[in-house]
Design a binder for this molecule. Structure first.
Ligand SMILES: [Zn+2]
Length: 200
């Protein structure tokens, strides 16, 4: 706590106003903003904006924000019409890639292979420092989709409380954002370090 307070200086008037509004010192700390550049997201931009709203509705220490094209440090969201692989987050760019061939195909229930909102909430979960859960419980947005049959997980688009908490807690201990390592498993709190920049 001391380390965090020492690197953030609030103007005195702001501190007084926050105190008077009844907020604790901890919650008065400004949230860290993670920026997303949607200029290459194409038709998925609307789903990305829904996903941003979902995360922002419950996160306390981190907020996601749409920024204009080419903003330095932003996570680029890109529609890829060619690659036939699962959607992924690549921390080396950083970018989230919507691989259209494994999102759009309509299944027997009339729904697409993957839901674009769940796809963004999951991949942005990686950019916020979350690893996959170790379970098959699809109500966690960070549970990887079953191989070859992702649809079952894609009806769940809203993170569980433990997933929001994992992002907030990781930020409060100084994890890099957008994440380049130190990914936290939301079901157990264990930290995983991936050597590859790309996580599906
Ligand atoms: Zn994943």
């Amino acid at each position: 706590m001391h380390r965090i307070l020492s690197r953030i200086v609030l103007p005195a008037a702001t501190a007084v106003a926050l105190t008077m509004s009844g907020m604790s010192a901890a919650s008065a700390l400004p949230a860290t903003t993670v920026s997303y550049d949607l200029s290459l997201a194409g038709k998925y931009a609307g789903a990305v904006r829904q996903g941003i709203q979902i995360w922002n509705g419950q996160l306390k220490n981190v907020q996601l924000k749409e920024v204009s094209a080419g903003t330095p440090g932003a996570v680029r969201v890109r529609l890829d019409p060619v690659e036939d692989a699962a959607p992924y987050y690549d921390s080396s760019v950083p970018e989230i890639v919507f691989t259209q061939k494994q999102i759009d195909p309509i299944q027997s229930d009339g729904k697409p292979y993957r839901d674009p909102v769940r796809t963004f909430v999951h991949e942005s979960g990686h950019s916020l420092g979350l690893a996959h859960t170790g379970t098959s419980d699809c109500t966690f947005v960070m549970t990887p989709s079953p191989s070859g049959k992702p649809r079952g997980c894609h009806d769940y688009k809203t993170p569980k409380d433990r997933e929001y908490t994992a992002v907030d807690k990781r930020q409060s201990t100084g994890g890099s954002l957008p994440a380049t390592g130190g990914y936290v498993k939301p079901d157990t709190g264990k930290v995983e370090n991936h050597t590859a920049a790309r996580i599906s």
